[in-house]
Design a protein around this ligand. Structure first.
Ligand code: CP
Length: 338
């Protein structure tokens, strides 16, 4: 695809070479994400960061990624602090805000809303999550993390064995990740969820159509016993009609150190898009895994900055200028690693 000036709305936009290109650019962002170097390549540029649903990682890491490239960030969080609360349309909001910004990131609870906004925007729009539909930057950082974790074991993504666990119906991160996995060869995907929260059938069929071995099950311990990656997800309570309905599924699939030791292969990597629900009735990834070196959840979040820097650099066409606008940092640098 041509990245320059493009909206990033869905992972359907990418083919394998696009994905590999994004990862190559993300790798090159490491000195800046690690605060070894500073680049001012986006000096003067403004990111409009519009999050109409709660977010910690996506909002802050998009903002940090833009700042690390030298740009500035202006934010709106929640409908109540935007004129949408006064009845302003997405169209008008997009026309106005795109006059103030060079690129916009947006999260919205309705499927398709970010695409609707992008159609009216005068600048590129990046989807930070639209309802239960897609979360493209998360899926890219997830796949980037998988690539990195497997590379340390001299493996690539082709031949991956992965279990996706939890709310696969409403979990937009796993929808996008499964779509990306279609571009790789010989992938074994085990989908572990309550039947009512199963992965949408069209996504399952699309994976099978490219030859992936897709198993659908409700058995957690069997499904994590022969995988490279155990990817857990939260019950997406905000998508249910009531808290009581979400409560029916919360805590159904819990992974802790004891289960990991008993059932997983020794170096199975544990992932989660976060936030994990650490309340006692949920606890899908127990805190007793925190010292497990195969728990990749915080490396995963760190990788989000690299991937989002790469997306900005590609969409704003500055990849070749990043290093030319760089210098060493002035301040004491703690031993940060990625
Ligand atoms: N993974 C993710 O989207 O996290 P936030 O909701 O905190 O952005």
């Amino acid at each position: 695809m041509i990245f320059t000036g493009s909206d990033i709305l869905s992972v359907e936009q990418f083919d394998r070479s696009d994905i590999e290109h994004i990862f190559q650019v993300a790798d090159a962002m490491a000195p800046y994400a690690l605060r070894r170097r500073v680049t001012r390549v986006l000096e003067g540029a403004i990111l409009g960061n519009m999050f109409f649903e709660p977010s910690t990682r996506t909002r802050i890491s998009f903002g940090c990624a833009f700042n690390l490239l030298g740009g500035e960030v202006r934010e709106t969080t929640g409908f109540e602090s935007s004129a949408i609360a006064k009845g302003e349309s997405l169209y008008d909001t997009a026309r106005v805000l795109s006059g103030f910004s060079d690129v916009i990131c947006m999260r919205h609870p309705q499927e398709g809303s970010v695409a609707e906004f992008a159609a009216a925007s005068r600048v590129p729009v990046l989807n930070g999550g639209d309802g239960a539909n897609e979360h493209p930057s998360q899926a890219l950082l997830d796949l980037y993390t998988i690539r990195k974790e497997l590379a340390s074991k001299d493996r690539g993504i082709d031949g991956l064995r992965i279990a996706l666990i939890g709310d696969l119906k409403y979990g937009r991160t796993v929808h996008s990740l499964c779509k990306l996995l279609r571009h790789f060869k010989n992938v074994q995907v085990t989908l572990v969820s309550p039947a009512e929260l199963a992965m949408p059938e069209n996504i399952v069929e699309e994976m099978r159509s490219v030859g992936h071995n897709v198993v659908v099950t409700e058995d957690l311990t069997q499904s994590i016993s022969n995988v490279d990656i155990a990817y857990s997800t939260r019950i997406q309570e905000e998508r249910f009609a009531s808290k009581e309905e979400a409560d029916m599924y919360r805590g159904r699939f819990r992974l802790n150190q004891s289960i990991y030791t008993q059932y997983c292969e020794p170096n199975t990597v544990i992932m989660h898009p976060l936030p994990r629900d650490s309340r006692a009735d949920a606890n899908e990834l127990d805190n007793d895994l925190n010292q497990n070196p195969n728990l990749a959840i915080f490396r995963q979040a760190d990788n989000g900055v690299l991937v989002r820097m790469a997306l900005f650099a590609l969409v704003l066409d500055v990849v070749d200028q990043v290093d030319k606008c760089a210098r060493d940092v002035n301040w004491y640098n703690s031993a940060r690693t990625l």
